[in-house]
Design a protein around this ligand. Structure first.
Ligand SMILES: Nc1ncnc2c1ncn2[C@@H]1O[C@H](COP(=O)(O)OP(=O)(O)OP(=O)(O)O)[C@@H](O)[C@H]1O
Ligand SMILES: [Mg+2]
Length: 432
């Protein structure tokens, strides 16, 4: 085997190791990853849950923060820390619920039963009320006296969705049990709604301990850059020492580049959360290959372009000229009637006016063909029927709304391939 081939093999292996490591770091909510800027919150929550796990103290707490601020990640970290302790691991049960999955209390109760492995115990029993059922489940976990009851941690992700359940029964019962210390339970809710307390019914709110932990991404740009650096750097234990040294050096100079800082600053001002910057960096990292082993400024610029791409404007590029003409007709209708809904007939008339003016260059399609194009736009969700419009109305007269704004249409027009000049001019004219 030639020397060159051997060298390539090493770097290929090395590159796949780098990609695996960074992908895991960015995308898996692995509790082994780093947590930034949540030291105090981590300490408070760990302390609280430890008290439940070790002393059977009932607690309830809400973790509140915007999307992507690390609520789920923080909870995973804490649970990992908790279960590292053997005494706690053997002494605690966890129930994970998610407001997006358990959409009513019946489903939630079924899931609780399943996660606690109590399906056999419950069997065909019929319960009078939700509370009776939940109490039965918790009773079933008791080992002799109360002091030896097994603490249960209820982790409720997307907590705000549980308040829409009928009478907020699940929340009421969980908080009631926690407050009255009937059984040792810890309730941890995660939500991005800052007004979550207002959403709770009075009787639920009064049973909640009012402990709240906020995650607010409260770091400045310097810290933000440091986080990017840490996330992109390879750890000292990376097997290919020489490569990792070079990689880390490259990251250092990469982040010092003015253009890189501009992109990151833009991202920072647009959205401070670490999830979006992870996405941006991951896009940039995906261009790493054996022949292009170090991340460059242009990778990040391309990634930023991809992240900011407007998906609707992209759809327009794939439309036929007729469909594009209809979009322009709708744009003109929107300008004339100031955003009032339109129907097919109005769009068709508008289109006809244009075709008659330019009869020598634009092909006049028959009405059913135009209708088909119109329906295609609806399938692509570029237009949609106005809410409340009756389905019995004839197709031609159903009121619709355009889901694109003028700037999106005009931007798409610039890059629309082979757009006939007349159509272009028609789109740009303010009076048609
Ligand atoms: N403090 C942090 N430290 C490290 N990474 C973070 C932090 N906060 C967010 N992230 C990154 O953002 C991703 C999303 O975080 P997470 O899913 O915990 O957010 P969330 O607050 O639960 O969002 P949502 O409200 O959408 O559920 C994580 O996988 C992680 O990569
Ligand atoms: Mg989450």
């Amino acid at each position: 085997m030639s020397k060159r081939k051997l060298k390539d093999d090493i770097s290929r292996d090395c590159i796949s190791k780098v990609q695996r490591l960074l992908r895991e770091r960015f995308f898996c909510q692995s509790p082994n990853g780093k947590l930034f800027g949540t030291k105090l919150q981590h300490r408070d929550l760990l302390e609280l849950l430890k008290r439940t796990a070790l002393h059977g103290e009932s607690n309830s707490v809400l973790i509140i923060g915007p999307r992507g601020s690390g609520k789920t990640l923080l909870t995973h970290h804490i649970l990992k820390r908790l279960t590292e302790d053997k005494q706690i691991r053997d002494n605690i049960l966890q129930v994970h619920l998610n407001g997006l999955l358990q959409t009513n209390d019946k489903i939630a109760l079924k899931e609780i039963t399943r996660q606690l492995n109590l399906e056999n115990v419950v069997g065909d029993k019929v319960f009078g009320s939700f509370a009776e059922n939940l109490t039965f489940l918790l009773e079933a976990l008791k080992r002799g006296d109360r002091a030896h009851s097994c603490p249960v941690l209820f982790i409720l992700d997307e907590f705000d969705l549980f308040v829409h359940h009928k009478n907020q029964t699940l929340l009421y019962n969980l908080f009631d049990i926690a407050q009255s210390a009937q059984a040792p339970i810890g309730v941890v809710g995660m939500t991005c709604r800052l007004d979550i307390l207002e959403l709770m019914e009075k009787r639920v709110k009064s049973r909640f301990s009012h402990r709240q932990i906020y995650l607010m991404n409260s770091f400045d740009f310097k810290k933000y850059l440091n986080i990017c650096k840490e996330q992109l750097s390879l750890p000292p234990e990376f097997p290919e020492k020489k490569f990792s040294q070079k990689w880390n050096k490259n990251i250092q100079s990469f982040l010092e580049d003015k253009k890189v800082q501009d992109v990151l600053q833009n991202q920072f001002h647009y959205n401070k959360d670490l999830r979006s910057v992870s996405m941006l960096l991951m896009f940039a990292l995906s261009s790493i290959t054996v022949s292009h082993p170090y991340i460059t400024v242009s990778d990040l610029l391309e990634a930023s372009r991809l992240c900011r791409m407007d998906s609707r404007a992209n759809i327009i590029h794939g439309l036929s000229v007729l469909e594009f003409c209809l979009i322009i007709a709708m744009k003109h209708l929107n300008d004339i009637y100031e955003g009032e809904p339109f129907n097919f007939q109005m769009v068709y008339n508008e289109y006809q006016k244009f075709v008659q003016r330019k009869a020598h260059t634009v092909y006049n399609f028959e009405k059913p063909v135009v209708m088909k194009a119109f329906e295609h736009l609806q399938h692509l969700e570029l237009i949609k029927p106005v809410e409340g419009s009756s389905m019995s109305t004839q197709r031609e007269y159903l009121f619709m709304k355009l889901l694109l704004d003028n700037s999106q249409i005009m931007d798409a027009l610039q890059v629309y391939p082979n757009c006939p000049t007349d159509v272009k001019q028609w789109a740009m004219s303010s009076i048609n």
